[in-house]
Design a protein around this ligand. Structure first.
Ligand SMILES: Nc1ncnc2c1ncn2[C@@H]1O[C@H](COP(=O)(O)OP(=O)(O)O)[C@@H](O)[C@H]1O
Ligand SMILES: C[C@@](O)(CCOP(=O)(O)OP(=O)(O)O)CC(=O)O
Length: 499
């Protein structure tokens, strides 16, 4: 039997903010964030051959992406980038520095020094969905469909450096920081392996607080944090934390050691984010597309904030109205799930029925039972609410002079949202040109009809006004960051383990 210790492997999912863009920056409002089946994976093991106080980080999907760091210990730890590194990776460097510092604070310097005596070999990879696969599909001469995506090898090399890669908006940096930070916390014995097998708990909170702080530091700004929160906790209704909680650590000298535990500890009552349970209804499917026309998220946010400041009364009225709709959407979707719990068989039969009909026909059939009529009504409500949210967000964009749902996206979404079996859709997060999300029925069986997902796929691949490419992600039901076994993830050993 092979006695080589298995690497510590921790994954963290990507995110889609389906409702609550901009509003979620303000703690008076919440957002609906869905975590994706597409994940980042960090593998951690001792260096071979051993090299004390050395950390090597590899991102094998990219050219020129190995970074070496040296560690020194005094009363705490210091992580220095090797002068031979050909590029910098601020996100990785800050994650190493602060996670190892925190580990020294929690466990003492000596135990951590001992654990790092052989050095660390860390590999980081993201599922293909995080990066646009257009050029791979073109190289393989494959159409832009879900089955073509399945033909691309897992963790496919991108053939470019990290700076050059085209991202799809699933939140690569938040998923990366969360998997790296949580992986190190487990590997260095700060949190037990079991902590990432349970959905909630103090250790998960610690991982969240630390990852949230490091992500803000690396980004040089404090956003709402829904992306890190989804990477740690999975899908939920998110209400942001007060940025003041991390203010003491956000100074000019990010590498300077300071005590982290008093700030990131789950006992620090100043962490006031709220995570309320949320999950998409059974027998529905999230579908995402990367639209090949980028938007600059920070400039959209700047425009909306400027408008809100200049027009507080109007802006508050608009935001409160959007918030009502967002809350109706989440409560309607949650209510739909309760119908499934009450009567799964009849729920399945009504989902199959509406899958072949356009939304306006869902409630029109008098032969439906009372239960079926109620479920169909709720699905129709969800459809109407998503349309209203889109309209209101577009209106806010018009008022703020920010293309939140540009006309090209409106045209695309309008045609998708009225297809048979489609519940709704929109532009995720800050909106703009770069992506769309859709929610549709996904019955167990649909033949002889097409599944809604097939209809949408076909529609996208024939759409000529925008270049629309599907992602393979669905909602991740595994809640947030989790411990993995390397051999259970297809392709992970091959891509991360050197000979
Ligand atoms: N596979 C990876 N390996 C190492 N670092 C990565 C990887 N993917 C992303 N990153 C880090 O995240 C940064 C991208 O962050 P950002 O531009 O905020 O992207 P996003 O909007 O996807 O979160 C990169 O510059 C790099 O430092
Ligand atoms: C405007 C926002 O509320 C949502 C932005 O969501 P996106 O998913 O568009 O974000 P990026 O991953 O940075 O592109 C800002 C925030 O919540 O921080």
């Amino acid at each position: 039997m092979d006695s080589t210790p298995q690497p510590t492997v921790v994954s963290a999912p990507g995110k889609v903010l389906v409702a609550g863009g901009y509003l979620v920056l303000d703690s008076a409002y919440s957002g609906v964030v869905i975590s994706t089946s597409s994940r980042f994976y960090t593998t951690i093991q001792s260096l071979k051959p051993a090299a004390a106080n050395t950390i090597r980080v590899r991102s094998p999907q990219f050219n020129d992406s190995t970074w070496t760091y040296s560690l020194s210990f005094d009363t705490s730890s210091k992580v220095d980038s090797s002068p031979t590194n050909s590029s910098k990776n601020k996100f990785v460097h800050l994650a190493l520095q602060h996670t190892i510092s925190l580990s020294c604070e929690v466990r003492g310097v000596l135990p951590i020094q001992n654990l790092l005596a052989k050095g660390l070999d860390i590999a980081i990879v993201g599922d293909n969905d995080f990066y646009s696969q257009r050029s791979q599909l073109a190289a393989l001469n494959l159409p832009r469909t879900l089955s073509s995506l399945a033909a691309i090898p897992p963790f496919c090399p991108q053939g470019v450096t990290l700076n050059e890669v085209h991202k799809t908006g699933l939140g690569s940096s938040a998923a990366l920081i969360t998997s790296l930070v949580s992986g190190l916390l487990v590997h260095l014995g700060v949190i037990p392996r079991s902590a990432l097998q349970e959905d909630q708990g103090r250790e998960r909170e610690l991982a969240h607080n630390l990852a949230q702080f490091i992500h803000c530091l690396a980004q040089g700004k404090v956003g709402s944090g829904f992306d890190v929160s989804a990477a740690v906790f999975g899908s939920h209704l998110y209400t942001r934390f007060d940025p003041n909680v991390i203010a003491p650590l956000m100074g000019d000298h990010p590498m300077q050691p300071r005590l982290l535990l008093p700030v990131v500890s789950p006992d620090n009552a100043s962490w006031n984010h709220r995570i309320r349970p949320f999950q998409l209804p059974p027998l529905t499917r999230l579908m995402l597309a990367d639209v090949d026309a980028g938007s600059d998220t920070p400039s959209l946010i700047g425009q909306v904030q400027k408008w809100r400041k200049a027009n507080p009364e109007k802006a508050n009225a608009v935001w409160n109205a959007i918030d009502q709709l967002n809350q109706s959407l989440s409560s309607t979707l949650l209510r739909i799930s309760t119908y499934h719990s009450k009567d799964p068989a009849n729920y399945a039969s009504i989902v199959k029925f509406i899958s072949t009909l356009q939304p306006m026909q869902w409630t029109a059939d008098p032969s439906l039972s009372e239960f079926e009529t109620e479920v169909a009504y709720e699905f129709h409500q969800a459809h109407l609410i998503t349309l209203q949210i889109r309209r209101s967000m577009k209106e806010m964009g018009d008022l703020a002079g920010a293309p939140i749902e540009p006309v090209e996206q409106t045209e695309l979404l309008d045609q998708c949202c009225f297809q048979a079996g489609v519940i709704g859709g929109g532009v995720p997060g800050a909106g703009g040109y770069d992506a769309v999300w859709m929610l549709m029925c996904e019955p167990e069986q649909c033949r002889p009809d097409l599944w809604p997902r097939e209809r949408i796929e076909h529609f996208w691949s024939n759409y000529t006004k925008l270049d629309v490419s599907p992602l393979s992600a669905v909602e991740s039901l595994a809640k947030g960051a989790r411990l993995e076994s390397i051999d259970e993830i297809n392709g992970l050993r091959e891509v991360t383990q050197t000979a």
